[in-house]
Design a protein around this ligand. Structure first.
Ligand SMILES: Nc1ncnc2c1ncn2[C@@H]1O[C@H](COP(=O)(O)OP(=O)(O)OP(=O)(O)O)[C@@H](O)[C@H]1O
Ligand SMILES: [Mg+2]
Length: 221
């Protein structure tokens, strides 16, 4: 089976000289289809740094990141979908327009994009706020819109950075259910970065990060 993503001896240092911050040291691991991985660690441990590298949106300063089953997925929302910690919704677009945007930008017909966006919003329990602007949504609702935007594209690898950070327990459970169901539907790999115990209790595989050092447990390598 071809891996969705492989990291090999990956390091990421920000800045140089005395200002250098080593955010990630020598991380190695593999993400396969149907993997369900919680990336757990304290604030500042390097979770987001690793998510950006896995998404192909940042480059390592040491080692390699490859996507054997996906080619070069950088920026392709049908291959790798990322729920960013900073949600980055477009403020002038409604919830449904935000969710449909990656589809429309990739030449999906508008009516199909609209239907896919509505289904994704429904999956996260937000069909009722489809016409509202991000300003008119709560923090938790915005978070779920960002999740729906990824789910609408059915990516082969789903990366979610603190997707339950702004929401209560029940809503968090709903978001995890939606991510999990979407991953199951297309045998995707799922990686959720979080320090929420609800997340790591639920996931069969855990990558623990401490001061930029990753240890993998429970992962079939
Ligand atoms: N662009 C950057 N420039 C300089 N330092 C950075 C940059 N991005 C991250 N860092 C540093 O790298 C380290 C890891 O940051 P990262 O954002 O990956 O942590 P995190 O585990 O996601 O934290 P949180 O749980 O608070 O989101 C921190 O020391 C952070 O200050
Ligand atoms: Mg982070």
């Amino acid at each position: 089976m071809n891996a969705l993503a492989m990291i090999d001896g990956v390091g990421r240092t920000f800045g140089t000289g005395r200002q250098a911050v080593v955010a990630l040291h020598d991380a190695t691991g593999t993400i396969n289809s149907e993997d369900r991985i919680a990336l757990v660690g304290r604030s500042g441990s390097g979770k987001s740094t690793l998510i950006w590298l896995l998404a192909g949106l940042d480059s390592p300063t040491r080692g390699t990141v490859t996507w054997p089953a996906l080619g070069h997925p950088r920026g392709d929302p049908f291959l790798v979908g990322t729920v960013f910690q900073a949600l980055s919704l477009v403020p002038t677009l409604t919830a449904i327009e935000n969710v449909a945007l990656p589809l429309v930008l990739h030449d999906v017909r508008r009516d199909e994009a609209h239907d896919a966006a509505m289904s994704a919003l429904d999956l996260v329990g937000l069909a009722g706020v489809a016409r509202q602007l991000p300003d008119e949504l709560s923090g938790g609702q915005s978070q779920r819109v960002a999740v729906a935007r990824v789910l609408a594209c059915h990516p082969r690898l789903i990366l979610a950075d603190e997707p339950t950070g702004r929401i209560d327990h029940d809503a968090a459970r709903g978001v995890l259910d939606a991510l999990w169901a979407a991953a199951d539907e297309v045998s995707a790999g799922l990686v959720v970065a979080s320090h929420d115990p609800l997340v790591y209790e639920r996931f069969p595989q855990r990558w623990r990060i401490r001061d930029g050092r990753v240890s993998v447990d429970g992962a079939p390598q």
